[in-house]
Design a protein around this ligand. Sequence first.
Ligand code: ADP
Ligand code: MG
Length: 220
Amino acid sequence: MAGIKLINISKSYKNKQILTSFSALINDGSFVLINGPSGSGKSTLLNIIGGIETPDSGEVIVDGKNIRGLRGRERVKLYQKYVGFIFQGFYLDPKLTIAENIALPGLFAKMKPADRKKRTAEISKILGITDSLGKYPAETAGGHAERACIARALFLSPRIILADEPTSNLDKENAEKVLKILQVFQEKTDTTIVVASHDESVRSFATKVITLGEANNENF
Ligand SMILES: Nc1ncnc2c1ncn2[C@@H]1O[C@H](COP(=O)(O)OP(=O)(O)O)[C@@H](O)[C@H]1O
Ligand SMILES: [Mg+2]
């Protein structure tokens, strides 16, 4: 089971201290909102959890493993197994079809083409985007691009989904839909969801809220 422990994380850029000895516990299967004003370090923290950025000091423990000690293949394997990232702005590669975009994690993980195809069909059915599989991102509508990003993040069935401002470019209705999809996954599959967002409407979906930009050590 894949909980996350953050212990005394500090991070600064140049002279600017973003996170100071920050600690928090993210329980397995929870839906956690990281909120706080713009510039408070939400994306930085999410990227540290996801291994995209390294803290200056402190430990990140994913499923009991300290990720600081992991290098090379071991690190890649951990992230393939545990972490799916939904990037800010729902970035998809415009030169790839929706199906190719969704299956990218499978390609990187060296899944066989037949297995990738099967998984693409399965996950796109769950997310209701089968119609768009052969299209390019620019040709899709009705929130299908956003859902394709979610499908890509879920492709390898990671235990943890990290999403940076997943509602920021969406109207209220589509924002609710995206959050609902994540919530249903969290409830059905016990996936841990961590959403960084300044959007207060995410709060009602969360089982725990971590607030940055205030006293940072009240999150255990
Ligand atoms: N790569 C970077 N280099 C320098 N400063 C950065 C970098 N990334 C973020 N920052 C700064 O760190 C602070 C926190 O940024 P961020 O984590 O993006 O906050 P949030 O997501 O809460 O808006 C901001 O002041 C931002 O300008
Ligand atoms: Mg941010």
